[in-house]
Design a protein around this ligand. Structure first.
Ligand SMILES: Cc1ncc(COP(=O)(O)O)c(C=O)c1O
Length: 437
């Protein structure tokens, strides 16, 4: 069947709610290339939304998952345990920052990891409130949708939301919530947390503060180096669990296993998913052993959590990142993306900001550099044009005006450069067509 025929069937049988960036249907994928059902090849700059750090169908992932599927695909960890679960936990505990004893709980999706991190923090502290940030994305379940900031499309019509969630501005320097400038600002945005204790919720009622170290859906915003040490200190001083959501920023994307390592901060709990298991459903909460052990026996878990096939994929991912030097590779990829984006910034007024960490480098588009008016339509046109020319990529940002490349870290230089050239050419074209050049 063609893409068009399949799309008609999709529209008939699948609700419109799940959005589709492209009208393409995949037939197969290898490393950073996706081939559609009509035999067309596309360079994959989306990686299934930051999931395929080790590339599509990496031979080690294929071998490990095929092997495990033939042994057993499910016993339920609560009924009959298996080694791959324990081994993933051991490696997560080893990889997570912090010179203290850690434990890891495995689940299915990113949202489920966030749900469980909040459960653990509440249980351990005996407190209810959670402080989250503007521009944050934490998932689509009730708790995680409530923690998520952006209303459309994530929250509109889906209330009422979970109670006891409070929100403060994030360190979004390009659009500073305090209209200040770094470094003169003294990272005053972090002190807003102390202010929140006075104006919104008492510190002794707060179970957790949850933050993405680099915003994913929020558009790859990277807070200054002083920000997380300050936030962590405020949490520590007030007995609040500091949860870092590394679901998008983790597993090599920023040149470290966990992005928060760049700030030299050891969170109490970390949530992980996406590139952890190369597309197999697996997520994790890793953190301080005494917090992780707080909930009673039977208080945590789920039928499929830590599926053995997914665990074997994750073990392969740990090996691949190490053996293929993907942390260093993330920095090289990031430098090449940055070079392309900065060239575009020098050339086109519509480029408002280029920012990032490791391979998480974003381009924020505006119709007016001074007013920083978000160029959402231009961004949508750019994504559509890039797909027409053979590059699959996705946008982000509260205003939908940010391009966020999430290609496999295993992408070769020639494919990367070809993809970046197409993105650049597409931006030049749509900018000119929109009369913004
Ligand atoms: C930072 C962050 N947290 C949580 C989630 C939710 O993960 P999932 O879609 O696997 O539930 C996402 C997904 O994009 C994410 O980027």
């Amino acid at each position: 069947m063609t893409n068009k025929e399949l799309k008609q069937a999709r529209d008939k049988h699948v609700p419109r709610g799940p959005f589709n960036v492209t009208g393409l249907f995949a037939a197969k994928a290898l490393n950073a290339t996706i081939t559609d059902v009509e035999g067309n090849d596309y360079i994959d700059f989306a990686g299934g939304i930051g999931v395929m750090a080790v590339g599509h169908c990496h031979p080690k992932v294929v071998a490990a998952t095929q092997d495990q599927s033939a042994l057993f695909s499910h016993t339920c960890f609560h009924v009959v345990m298996y080694e791959p679960y324990v081994e993933v936990a051991r490696r997560m505990n080893e990889a997570a920052p912090g010179d203290f004893e850690k434990k890891t709980l495995l689940l299915n999706s990113g949202a489920e990891a966030v749900e469980n991190a909040v459960k653990i923090a509440r249980y351990a502290t005996g407190r209810d409130a959670v402080i989250a940030f503007e521009d944050a994305f934490h998932g689509r379940t009730l708790m995680t949708m409530s923690l998520t900031s952006k209303t459309m499309p994530y929250k509109k019509g889906f209330g009422p939301f979970a109670p006891e969630i409070y929100r403060m501005p994030y360190a979004y320097c390009y659009r500073c919530p305090l209209a200040l400038e770094y470094p003169g600002c003294g990272v005053a945005c972090a002190d807003l947390l102390t202010n929140a204790f006075k104006n919104y919720v008492g510190a002794d009622e707060v179970a957790a503060v949850i933050a993405e170290p680099v915003l994913g859906e929020g558009g790859f915003v990277v807070p200054p180096k002083e920000y997380f040490p300050k936030v962590k200190k405020i949490c520590e001083d007030n007995g609040i669990v500091f949860i870092v959501d590394e679901i998008q920023s983790g597993f090599g994307r920023t040149g470290k296993i966990f992005a928060i390592e760049h700030w030299g901060v050891a969170p109490d709990l970390i949530t992980s998913a996406k590139s952890l298991a190369a597309g197999y459903p697996l997520s994790a909460v890793v953190g301080r052993a005494e917090l992780m052990d707080a909930p009673h026996v039977g208080g945590l878990g789920g039928t499929y959590g830590g599926n053995p096939v997914s665990c074997r994929a994750a073990l392969a991912v740990f090996d691949i990142i190490e053996e293929e030097g993907l942390l260093a590779r993330a920095d090289v990829i990031g430098a090449r993306i940055r070079q392309t984006f900065e060239t575009l910034a020098a050339e086109l007024e519509v480029v408002g900001d280029v920012r990032g960490l490791g391979a998480m480098v974003a381009l924020e588009l505006v119709t007016d550099r001074t007013a920083k008016t978000p160029a959402g339509d231009l961004t949508r046109a750019l994504v559509a044009r890039a797909v027409e020319k053979g590059v699959i990529m996705i946008s982000a940002g509260t205003y939908g005006n940010v391009i966020r490349p999430l290609m496999p870290l295993t992408i070769d230089d020639a494919t990367l450069d070809r993809g970046l050239a197409i993105v650049a050419e597409s931006l030049r074209e749509v900018t000119s067509e929109a009369g913004l050049a």
